[in-house]
Write a protein that binds this ligand. Structure first.
Ligand SMILES: Cc1cc2nc3c(=O)[nH]c(=O)nc-3n(C[C@H](O)[C@H](O)[C@H](O)COP(=O)(O)OP(=O)(O)OC[C@H]3O[C@@H](n4cnc5c(N)ncnc54)[C@H](O)[C@@H]3O)c2cc1C
Length: 469
């Protein structure tokens, strides 16, 4: 039997390869997904550069060892988990920002760069990197590209895909490939960048990214509209979508979400708050006041109990801090927190919220809903304080998740708006996609990775593993 850890140590140096028995290996068997199991890898290779990434992929192909790419491990659907063992290939040490070019309006970065650091570097150059997953203080840009991450600002600015102009990837077998461009436009050849973005590390390992930057908005204003219930908040979001106003952010939080952050948040939510809508606009400071007033009036017309407009940067930060605390606070308070991120067409948001209420009532599972409601993307958190190790408890929660997916598809929605499929939603994918479509995706995957060694067991169900061939 081959010892891939020792083989990698010989090539990369022992300090870059963590072996079984080393406590530092333990985190590489987990991510932020609610899966009860831990999947310990045989070893983790902490690569410093693209050459080392290619070496790992060459040796794993040669020795038929599965390899799982990993950024910061903040993924919520088990994409970075080595479910078939083998090697975890971590890009966490590849943190160099190689260029921020204000004239070309691009940044060139390594995949392990923390998203918030990229945003700060862009800002220091007077530019703007819009995608802002709530995990931006620790997730990596490589992981964001691999999952096509979204975030609150996706409402106005779109998701990660729209900001990745070019990529360098290392393929299974060790070949390195550059695709895409540095220009604002370009239609030469097939769009392989779009092919790699969002494929959750199943086609290749991203080793460098050319990222599009925008001019920095000159100002921003933030408001919080408070509603008696989630139905009122949902109706207000629908009205704002039709109003012609153009917020950069339109986020929802229901009563359960609010109640969980009250004790930690600097912002004091009114006791009557049954749901809130966080609204932000950005642009020319001269227009901001008029615009935010119009938004406030629209919320009043929709029955808002209160509309608070942040008067300074500290108040804005307080509101955002409260928003970002929701997920961690829900996690802290429950033994089981399954965060589904279904997305429905914008016209069905109110109906979806109604159905989520019904699912909770019918199944007895507590639910907290928050998220990017302006995009129809709702983080529906299924919560329990029962024993997570009890299969009956998990089956009960997963039955509620199944029902959520059924309702989502019925409303012509999609199972994941931004977190991806990974391993935790893989078995549900046939609810949304035809067998023919799944089969074409399997063929596509095999073109890049014929032995199915790269991130096996992810995204597309029933792919036959060929690791032992
Ligand atoms: C509190 C919290 C809030 C979150 N909020 C959001 C949000 O608002 N929007 C959102 O979209 N997501 C959100 N997420 C989910 C998560 O942060 C994103 O999916 C993020 O893009 C994952 O990045 P990562 O570096 O942690 O990747 P990982 O978790 O390490 O990996 C995720 C996937 O990407 C692959 N991958 C990682 N790096 C590479 C690479 N270099 N090449 C090829 N494949 C690679 C992995 O194999 C895996 O399939 C949140 C998570 C948490 C915990």
């Amino acid at each position: 039997m081959i010892d891939i850890g020792e083989i990698l140590r010989r090539e990369l140096g022992s300090e870059r390869v963590l072996l079984r028995g080393d406590d530092r290996l333990e985190p590489y068997g987990r991510d932020e997904s609610p899966l009860p199991q831990v999947f310990p890898p045989d070893c983790a290779a902490l690569c410093d550069d693209a050459e080392q990434v290619a070496t790992v992929l060459r040796l794993c192909a040669e020795h038929r060892v599965p390899v799982t790419p990993r950024g910061a491990g903040s993924g919520m659907c088990g994409g970075a988990l080595p479910v078939r063992g083998g090697v975890v290939l971590s890009t966490e040490k590849m943190q160099r920002i190689l260029e921020v070019d204000a004239d070309d309006m691009v940044a060139v970065v390594e995949p392990g760069v923390v998203t918030g650091n990229l945003a700060e570097a862009a800002s220091a150059a007077g530019l703007f990197y819009p995608p802002d997953p709530a995990s931006l203080e620790y997730c990596s840009i490589g992981g964001n590209a691999a999952t096509n991450a979204g975030g609150p600002r996706a409402f106005k600015y779109g998701v990660t895909r729209e900001y990745i102009l070019g990529l360098e990837v290392a393929l299974m077998g060790g070949e390195r490939l550059r695709c895409g461009r540095r220009t604002a436009k370009g239609v030469t050849g097939y769009d392989l960048v779009a092919g790699f973005v969002g494929t959750e590390g199943t086609f290749g390992v991203i080793t460098e990214l050319v990222v599009k930057l925008l001019p920095k908005p000159q100002g921003a204003a933030t408001a919080l509209a408070v509603f008696a219930d989630v139905a009122g908040a949902g109706a207000c979001i629908s009205a704002l979508l039709r109003s012609g106003l153009r917020p950069s952010v339109l986020e929802l939080a229901d009563r359960a979400s609010i109640d969980h952050v009250r004790h930690k948040s600097r912002y004091r939510f009114p006791a009557s708050a049954g749901a809130v809508v966080l609204i932000e606009i950005d642009g020319d400071p001269e227009d901001l006041q008029t615009q935010i007033e119009r938004i406030g009036m629209a919320c009043d017309e929709q029955g808002a109990v209160d509309v608070l407009v942040a008067s300074d940067a500290a108040e804005r930060r307080g509101l955002w801090e409260a928003r970002r605390l929701i997920s961690p606070c829900l996690k802290e308070a429950h033994t089981i927190k399954v965060n589904e991120d279904v997305c429905v067409p914008r016209g069905r948001i109110v109906e979806m919220l109604r159905r989520v209420d019904r699912i909770s009532a019918d199944t007895g599972i507590d639910v907290a809903v928050f998220g990017h409601a302006g995009d129809g993307n709702l983080h529906v958190n299924l919560l329990s304080n029962d024993d997570p190790g009890d299969p009956a408890v998990r089956a009960h929660v997963m039955a509620a998740a199944h029902r959520l997916f059924v309702e989502t598809i019925e409303l012509r929605g999609t199972l994941s708006g931004e977190h991806g499929i990974g391993t935790s939603k893989r078995d549900f994918l046939p609810m949304e996609q035809s067998e023919a479509l799944l089969e074409w995706q399997r063929k596509w995957k095999r073109m890049w990775d014929p032995l199915e060694l790269l991130n096996p067991g992810k995204v597309i169900p029933d792919g036959v593993s060929r690791c032992s061939e």
